[in-house]
Design a binder for this molecule. Sequence first.
Ligand SMILES: Cc1cc2nc3c(=O)[nH]c(=O)nc-3n(C[C@H](O)[C@H](O)[C@H](O)COP(=O)(O)OP(=O)(O)OC[C@H]3O[C@@H](n4cnc5c(N)ncnc54)[C@H](O)[C@@H]3O)c2cc1C
Length: 429
Amino acid sequence: MYDIIVVGAGTSGCIIASLLSKKGFNVCIIDSKKADEVGNKVCGDALISRGIDSLRFEPHKSTVMNIASALRFHAPGIKPILLKTRVFLLDRFRFGQYFLHKAIDNGSLFLDRCKALAPIVKGDKVIGIKAKVGDSKNELYAKLIIDASGINAVIRRKLPKDWFLSKSIGKNDLALSYREIRKLKRSIDTEYCEVFYDRKVVPNGYYWIFPKGDDIVNVGIGTRMNIIDYNLKERFYKNIISNPIFTESEKLSHGFGILPISPPLSCSTASGFIVIGDAAKQVNPFIGEGIRPSIISAHIAAEIIENSKNFDQDCLWDYNVEFMKRLGAKHATFAAFGSFFEKLDYKEAKVLLSVFENKSYNFDDFEDFNISLLLIIKALFKGYKQIRSILKELAIIRSVRSIYKNFPDSPNKFLEWSYKVEQFWKDYL
Ligand SMILES: Cc1cc2nc3c(=O)[nH]c(=O)nc-3n(C[C@H](O)[C@H](O)[C@H](O)COP(=O)(O)OP(=O)(O)OC[C@H]3O[C@@H](n4cnc5c(N)ncnc54)[C@H](O)[C@@H]3O)c2cc1C
């Protein structure tokens, strides 16, 4: 019997295993992959630094290929908009391996090629998991199970349907992406992570070109999964790889990936159980950023677990409260804003973006939605006709942020809160 079993050795799983074993817990971390495949992940590889610096978390220099200074946002007919922030462009494989070895060095036991199949539940508590190693099925027991299995959410999805965790919201929950790593024949600017919003290329999505070095880029395209009625890879080649910077470039790797882009999961704990990372839908649904949230939530969870007398729902509850305060409220705000933005017609979206064009802003202000009245007046002068709708939208954003920030401080008040939240998204999304 372990103190803790972590299912999944991705970013969130390895970091929480590493933190908890350092605190003295007897941790077992499992992954269905072979040890030397951990870290292989189709991703944009861009880690935004905001919020991880205060955790004194900085990726080891051996795992960072470039540090950019801003996200540069492009749209047709609009001059680029800069969002200033430090962005680490990771060697994703090395980053994954680094944290796996850190977890092992801190004392975690790692079982590779071990596939979790389902939770073992006794009464209202999770007490273990069923897993498959090779051809043999096993049962592994622990005082606490942490589901960090990414988009699979293999344990969470199989918990009893009447538990709080199953109260999940959001209709268009998933995004599909295709991305390649390419070596270029020419040098590019390594300062900016380029993001392109062009509905003709990818409706309800965007494409990106991130510089991992002066001649290596991560280039990809992603959009909501439920509305794709075209071949995403064909679009990628026709509209992006046709760009002259890719002439004679060499494809180093490629692949499809799926990520959650819904509002955050309403509840991520049960007795004997916590879910973190993509498995808990902890991704910014507007920009598809999930590495930083995984890191932050692993730190929050590790602290709550350390201070938990036992691993009952009441003791673990503060993980929900803290996550919602630090990131969940922001993610919910972006889910609301994203839905508003997608519904704008092309002309309206362009006028709205033109208010910000050719300027630079701090990423923090963008993430905190610090939108001044002056900008709204500017939009009016630029010919944006739907001022009433944007004022209404800003009021909605404020209210959704406040709902999530005021996540109930005890499980007793959860059902009332989640009813309110579900009604909100039902009307809104
Ligand atoms: C195309 C794409 C581009 C992205 N770009 C960015 C970006 O630029 N910046 C950013 O911040 N985020 C980005 N993201 C999101 C980011 O990659 C994820 O949010 C982040 O990796 C989540 O980490 P995780 O630990 O929760 O899950 P994962 O990294 O997916 O790890 C889950 C682990 O669980 C294991 N596992 C799954 N099922 C089982 C099972 N049954 N038994 C045992 N093990 C299992 C898997 O093998 C895996 O190792 C992108 C995602 C995609 C798909």
